[in-house]
Design a binder for this molecule. Structure first.
Ligand code: 2AM
Ligand code: CA
Length: 287
């Protein structure tokens, strides 16, 4: 065999989940080692939408590792897609039907990371023909690794995770995220907040969609909603919630798939009443 005919060596014994865990742990460790050292802040769609050399470096690290094991698989990562709705729609459309698609957010909660507010994560999912089959979220601040496999449950460091048991909104702790889009999504989110706050125990806004979803999965939050998310913020966390016994839909109740950008995830028990309140608030806000 001459040089040109060499078939690349592929490690065959690694499971998808093992690779996802390895990538998230390695990238998370590296991100943590760079905490407080960010030199250059770049902006994407607005002054509030920021990216750092750490986001880009971590994504490169994850891409390289995945391709070492699975050179034929496709990868959709936040830092590989140009900012803006059109580029996003095209990137997702091109990728969503791939046989195996890895979906990466190297730092979910970049704003928190830049400020040293310890609530950010690495999120890695694997979709097979558009269905998420593996989801891993790593929180380097607390060294918590959340793992879900389709049909096999969800775990944090080997212990099964279960959603919480609240049946009433009045017993529920919710989370949301404040949208950057101030024309449509922000007024809607404010109306929803105003409608929900008197009905629930309280609402948090931690700044990492992926970690919020991991917390719904682990029963630390009863529910979470946010508008204008991207597939990499959500794919791994959606599987974690589902595999922990919870429910994930869009904010109008349609089942989760990779195209969902307005997300609602709960313990299942409060889901309908939660969606009803969002709906009432949305209708009142456009009147
Ligand atoms: P990020 O840190 O990876 O950008 C906070 O409300 C959540 O919204 C985070 O998960 C954050 O992910 C995400 N987010 C931040 N800016 C965004 C944008 N311009 N579009 C969509 N999601 C965004
Ligand atoms: Ca990110």
């Amino acid at each position: 065999m001459n040089e040109n005919e060499k078939i690349p060596y592929v490690v065959s014994s690694k499971s998808y989940t093992a690779v996802a865990i390895n990538c998230a742990a390695k990238a998370g460790e590296w991100i943590e080692s760079k905490l407080g050292t960010v030199k250059q802040l770049s902006t994407k769609t607005s002054a509030q939408d920021i990216v750092t050399e750490v986001d880009k470096g971590a994504e490169q690290m994850i891409r390289k590792l995945i391709l070492t094991h699975f050179p034929d698989h496709a990868i959709l990562g936040e830092e590989g897609v140009a900012p803006g709705t059109e580029a996003y729609a095209k990137a997702l459309d091109d990728a969503k039907d791939e046989e195996y698609l890895w979906i990466i957010d190297p730092v979910d909660g970049t704003t928190n990371y830049v400020h040293g507010f310890p609530f950010y994560s690495v999120s890695i999912a694997l979709a097979h023909h558009g269905e998420v089959i593996v989801g891993v979220i790593y929180d380097p601040s607390r060294d918590e690794l959340f793992v879900a496999e389709k049909g096999k449950g969800a775990y944090v460091h080997g212990n099964p995770t279960y959603v919480s048991k609240e049946e009433q909104l009045s017993d529920s702790l919710l989370a949301t995220g404040f949208p950057l889009d101030s024309t449509v999504n922000l007024p809607l989110n404010m109306a929803e907040l105003q409608a929900l706050l008197p009905k629930v125990r309280n609402v948090r806004a931690g700044g990492s969609a992926a970690l919020h979803l991991a917390y719904v999965a682990a029963g630390r939050l009863s529910g979470y909603w946010e508008h204008g998310l991207s597939v990499w913020d959500v794919a791994a966390g959606a599987l974690l919630v589902q595999e922990s016994g919870g429910k994930v839909t869009d904010t109008e109740g349609r089942p989760y798939d990779l195209s969902v950008r307005h997300l609602a995830a709960t313990n299942g028990l409060i889901h309908q009443r939660f969606l009803d309140t969002l709906k009432d608030a949305g209708e009142a806000s456009v009147r």
